[in-house]
Each structure stands twice: as C-alpha cells, then as structure tokens.
Design a protein around this ligand. Sequence first.
Ligand SMILES: [Cu+2]
Length: 110
Amino acid sequence: MTRALFVTAILLLLGSQASWAETVEVKIIKSTFIPAVLKVKKGDTIRWVNTEELLHTVTSGKAPNPDKKFHAAYVKKEFEVTLDKEGFYDYFCELHPAIMRGVVVVQPTH
Ligand SMILES: [Cu+2]
C-alpha cells in the first residue's frame, strides 16, 4: 500500500468511527434506571442522568459486588463512561442494590 493510500485509509477509519459513536442516556427516575437494559455499540458513551434529589451510585458488577469496571460514587447530576469492549456490563446502585439494577449490552459496531 502506498503512503497516501494508507493515510486515506486511516482517515476513513477515524471518520467512520467518529460518526458511529453516540452518547446514549440512562435516566434515574424514582430510584430506577431507565431503560434498565441498554444496548449500545462498541465505543459509545453512556451517560447516566440523575433526575432526582436522592443520591445514587452507578457501580459496575452484580449487586452487591462491584467489579470495578466503572464507578460513580454519588451521581448528583451526570456520569459518563465509554465502553470499548463488547459484552454484558451489569451495574447497580450501592445505596439501593435490591431495587436499582441495570445492564449495558455492548454490541459490535458492524
Ligand atoms: Cu440508588
């Protein structure tokens, strides 16, 4: 491959990734993650928005055991995480682990 072609290929790759990546929102309403099951594509950003006065955490793992993939101690307003690996990411609220649970499913980009 010539250098020009190589550079073009890299730019195309970067451009297409940028246009695919999205920010997807999970709202915390009445101590519930909505939607509880969120499907995103690899590289997308998930933004949790706490719409209420109550404090909550967004903690990865199966309640009540954190697995330290991501953690927001007290989501007062917003918390964002970008997931670059496919898979199922369980998460929960450490303050209300019995009722506040969710899953992010990260799917391949194509
Ligand atoms: Cu909570």
